[in-house]
Design a binder for this molecule. Sequence first.
Ligand SMILES: [Zn+2]
Length: 301
Amino acid sequence: MWIKPSALLGAVASMLLLAACSGDDGSGDRPRVIASFYPFAFVAEQVGGDHVDVDNLTPPGAEPHDLELTPQQVADLTEASLVIYESGFQPAVDDGVEQAGLSGDAILDVTEVVTLAPATESADDESSDVDPHVWLDPTLMQQIATATADRLIEIDPSHRTAYERDRDQLVEQLEQLDTAYEQGLADCERRTIVTSHDAFGYLARRYDLEQIPIAGIDPHAEPAPSDQAQIADLVREDGITTVFTETLVSDDVAQSIADETGVTVATLDPIEGLDDATSDETYLDLMRDNLEVLREANGCT
Ligand SMILES: [Zn+2]
């Protein structure tokens, strides 16, 4: 049983809450879901609705690849009803799940739901030969939504109907998003996108774009000057109009390539986390913003 600290307003309140928890339908008994970073927290919130409490291990404004966990977060993992994460993406979370001794129904490892593809450029970052950025393909997000609902139903079968309804609603929204991308990117002058790190491989494959990442899978891996020069040449040759940067990491290299080639810089969000500027937008909003900048950059009609 886990109780929100904010609910403990006083001795009387806590006694009442404890009494409620011992009943059949106490709201303090809600499953606690811990997601390792924003896209999975979004899915858990959408599918779980009011019947679950969702925490995100990656704080707003933080970049999830190199997340470190606090001792409190590691302790929280042992209390979770369900931890949603992607093994191999955030080593600190892998360690935390292991330390907490979590297994079986208590974990949902997204790599067991979605088949990971190879990285576009594994030479830049030898530690990652698979691409973790599955959430940028809306059809893969549908699979994650379905798996999350299945797990919530196992943990909390009394709310099966609500989980199924909310899952269906999210899957439908993701289908509409997929259709918007297919139609929006069907007829474009260019199909090459220069991105700040190798985050858009799944999106590019799904919608027939070619991604040229400036950094590797890890956004902090800076390219060699010779690679930078090669990307600048390609921008000129292909008539590329835009070099994409992102919100949570430095855009120095992208900016210097744009300056050198005289093209525009625009934000293409890998949606690894929310920052202050986008905190009132959801995954679905940010994906639609991304579609608009892609359409503009690539001259899509
Ligand atoms: Zn990334």
